[in-house]
Design a protein around this ligand. Structure first.
Ligand code: AMP
Ligand code: GLY
Length: 419
């Protein structure tokens, strides 16, 4: 099977690496990719938000499957155009990708499907925002209705900060605040069959102890030793299946990866958000443990034959990913710094250095080119070992001014050891 991965981040590096290690995959291509992806795939410099460029590349390479990584090309309809060219594509079309592209659309789907989520008001004017903030009280949750690369949400006790964020957006959704730990649960679906993956926890804030502004994700681990045993079955039945059925009922069947961001509140599971694609850096840890064929799974989903494949299997150990972010992130990240120690870190047992914001310079060096620069991803027999290996890798990576959280998977590893 020949695969084309669309995107250039950490998630796409993890996908390309898993494909390259999959015996059912013969060739891996990527567009536009990054230096890490270039080590396991053939790179093609195309504009991935241009639907026709992606479809012509897929046709000229005669690939069996296109896997679209990021949300922007999905919302732009890349999957629709690839499918119209007769090529299997993993990822929803533009209409179904609105489950991520519009917070309000997602709320509407959840309301129709009876899926538990935070109460919310959509607001187009400042008066509406003020009324909604006062109705819910602090802490305030204000979300940009459109795509904002993980930075559209402000959670604050400061009413002025909440109002200021709303002023910077065209339309916002103001929500009830949900407490309790967060879990990311992904499901692969062909629009009918829904196969959940293992739950993951992501660390959204920039600073240790969940302080500072939200980011796209500073680290992740799986499995979750503290999660309720029936979590996956519960979310499958009450969230994933009803949502997929409701999308079908609306005439916008969802195929691809349905990402449920969940809060485990004292009153039960609530959906914080849906995404229409693999999460980053959650995908890094999930694929590090995936023990069945990724190519077969995604191809079956893209061709409506998911009922024919066995549910994905994961190795019994644990995986931890620690993100190395650039100075300035999540504001304006500094770019162009030489990154040292990549090969040494990658050579550690159980470790893969997954590239995100990196680029190859003319002098042969690898340099930073984005906010989240890379994720050191490690497998281990348990969370403590995976953590130790990931941080040993981080210690070898040399990026001036870099930001790293020191507490990724810390509490879970302690609980794991105690249990
Ligand atoms: P989102 O982009 O919707 O996932 O939001 C980003 C982050 O903001 C989430 O991972 C949560 O940490 C936080 N967040 C979003 N909505 C809520 C909510 N209703 N209550 C509490 N925290 C939230
Ligand atoms: N890790 C959060 C996301 O991918 O949206």
């Amino acid at each position: 099977m020949k695969i084309l991965v669309i995107g250039s981040g950490g998630r796409e590096h993890a996908l390309a690496l898993a494909m390259a290690r999959d015996p059912s995959v013969t060739q891996v291509h990527a567009a536009p990719g990054n230096p890490g992806i270039g080590a396991v795939a053939t790179l093609h410099p195309v504009d991935i938000d241009d639907r026709t460029q992606v479809a012509s590349l897929a046709e000229s390479l005669a690939v069996d499957l296109v896997v679209v990584g990021p949300e922007a090309p999905l919302v732009a309809g890349v999957a629709d155009v690839v499918r119209a060219a007769g090529i299997a594509c993993f990822g929803p079309g533009a209409a179904a990708a609105q489950i991520e592209g519009s917070k309000w659309f997602a709320k509407d789907v959840m309301a129709s499907a009876g899926v538990p989520t935070a109460m919310a008001h959509v607001c187009d004017t400042e008066e509406q925002v003020v009324a909604a903030l006062d109705a819910f009280g602090a802490p305030y949750v204000v979300k940009d209705d459109g795509l904002a690369a993980g930075k559209g949400v402000v959670v604050t006790r400061d009413r002025e900060v909440a109002l200021e964020h709303a002023r910077g957006c065209r339309r916002v959704v103001v929500e009830e605040h949900l407490d309790g730990p967060e879990v990311s649960l992904f499901a692969v679906t062909d629009g009918q069959t829904v196969l959940p993956l293992q739950p993951v926890q992501d660390f959204k804030r920039i600073g240790d102890g969940d302080t500072g502004p939200n980011t796209g994700g500073m680290g992740a681990y799986t499995p979750l030793p503290w999660a309720p045993a029936d979590l996956v079955a519960d979310v499958h039945e009450r969230v994933l299946v009803p949502t997929v059925r409701e999308m079908e009922r609306r005439g916008v069947p969802f195929t691809g990866l349905l990402y449920a961001g969940l809060a485990l509140t004292s009153r039960g599971v609530r959906v914080i958000e849906f995404n229409a694609r693999f999460g980053d850096p959650e995908t890094q840890v999930l694929l590090a443990l995936l023990d069945s064929s990724l190519g077969t799974l995604l191809h079956s989903a893209a061709t409506g034959r998911l009922h024919e494949v066995a549910p994905p299997r994961f190795s019994p150990g644990a995986a931890v990913a620690v993100v190395v972010a650039a100075q300035g992130y999540p504001g304006t990240p500094r770019a162009g710094d030489v990154i040292g120690g990549l090969d040494a870190a990658d050579a550690l047992e159980g470790v893969d250095v997954i590239h995100a914001g990196t680029t190859s310079a003319d002098d042969g060096s690898v340099r930073s080119s984005g906010g989240r620069v890379l994720a050191v991803t490690a497998r281990g027999t348990d969370l403590a070992q995976a953590r130790e290996r990931a941080y040993a890798g981080v210690a070898l990576v040399d990026l001036p001014g870099s930001q790293v959280r020191t507490d990724i998977a810390l509490r879970a590893a302690e609980q794991d050891g105690a249990g």
